[in-house]
Design a protein around this ligand. Sequence first.
Ligand code: BES
Ligand code: MN
Ligand code: ZN
Length: 486
Amino acid sequence: MQIQFSDAVPADLRVVGHVVSKDTMPAGLEPAITEGAEAARFKGRPGQLFEAFVTRDGKLLRLALSGAGDATGDDRSANLEKAGATLTAKYLCSGETALAVDFSGSGLTAEQAAAVLLGLRLRSWRHDIYRTKLADEKKVSLVKAVAVNAPEGTEAAWAVNDAIAQGVEFTRMLVAEPANKVFPVSFVELCQEKFAGTGAQLTVLDEDEMAKLGMGALLGVGQGSRQPSRLLAIRWNNGPKGGKPTVFVGKGVTFDTGGISLKPGAGMEDMKWDMGGAGAVAGAMLSIVKRKAAANVIGVVGLVENMPDGNAQRPGDVVTSMSGQTIEVINTDAEGRLVLCDALHWAQEEYDPAQIVDFATLTGAMIISLGHEHGGLFANDDKLADQLLGAGKGSGDKLWRMPLGPAYDKLIDSPIADIKNVGPRYAGSITAAQFLQRFIRKGTPWAHCDIAGMVWADKPGATWDKGATGYGVRLIDRFVSDNLEG
Ligand code: BES
Ligand code: MN
Ligand code: ZN
């Protein structure tokens, strides 16, 4: 959806929305609206919407009030996003092609108005390219929103949010596309297209190069697939000269069958989104690059497909990771950590990061623990953990901290190799994190975000429809803007 700015409602528009905080009805509206809203018990609650048809200058208009809740409080910007998103949800397939949001007398700041616009924009994203027989009333009609009389500075604030929206949309596309469309090589190509001309530098390693580097763990996962594995790095060096970069690493399993430890059939199609960590990292890099963030940031994604095949690795195989540590592969379905351990090690060797944060749809156990409300955060450094928790709260991509410790670490000792890739049934998300920690250099602040419950939604949320959420992009972007810039 396109966002435009104007100082009057364009004559050809029929929908005019107002953002209404609790108990603050905009002045000068027709009784059909003010009295109608009261009759309909419209209170300006977040997500609440009231619509009335009015005639102005002989023209019929659809006037909508969208609730934004209390005028103060921690939830303010989330509520404003929701007010925008609620307008979009209402008119997305209404037949209307554009709507106006009239900010006159709203009392909002530029940042707050831009939050409304971000909600509007994010809620408009759909991935309908394969639905060739959609009925007209189910097709997206809304393609434009015009911000009318937005507070001074809104356009500049929107430019930042526009970059964020582009990142979220890129991630959602990567996550939503099926695995016969997005596989390691095509993931790289899609990034090459997206980042062309942006000033970001892309580095791609193919299987031969990874073999030379000794990435036996990552390559072992991909060896049962016809799709060759890749490692992709996206570099953005716009911070202090010579400053160490912050590296974000993503799990990019473009499809996870479980391998020889095959998953059950029911629901296996979900595993097309097992590249959600890589998707989040790529989308966040796009946001960061598009808004020209003043920071040194690198995104690294390990891209593989986990398939059963005559050449697939077997339970019990021992592989040697790039770090030199040997791994007993007890369960070929615990593949994400095998991909990440080589990606993490390579990223540390290659870029000597100031800190490193990984994102992965790593364990089903994470969904059992935290459901779909929080990603799980594991960290060896309290400051980094707090910064990520703060960015989560501020952006709406929430995290909850989980423990690490030597007693958990012991659970993944192997009798025949340095480490095994699964522990006991209990504490499954924690032992997965302990596995990754063994590949972090001493003294490097590291955090791991297990986002298995967050990248896909079975029902619409605040700023997303059901499907790919784009979780992680706003978290990473906010972490960068709050802690690495200026
Ligand atoms: N990609 C899955 C984790 C997952 C499961 C994400 C369901 C989202 C929804 C991961 O590769 C996996 O299979 N993990 C196993 C680990 C187990 C074998 C120790 C799991 O969670 O069952
Ligand atoms: Mn798996
Ligand atoms: Zn997986």
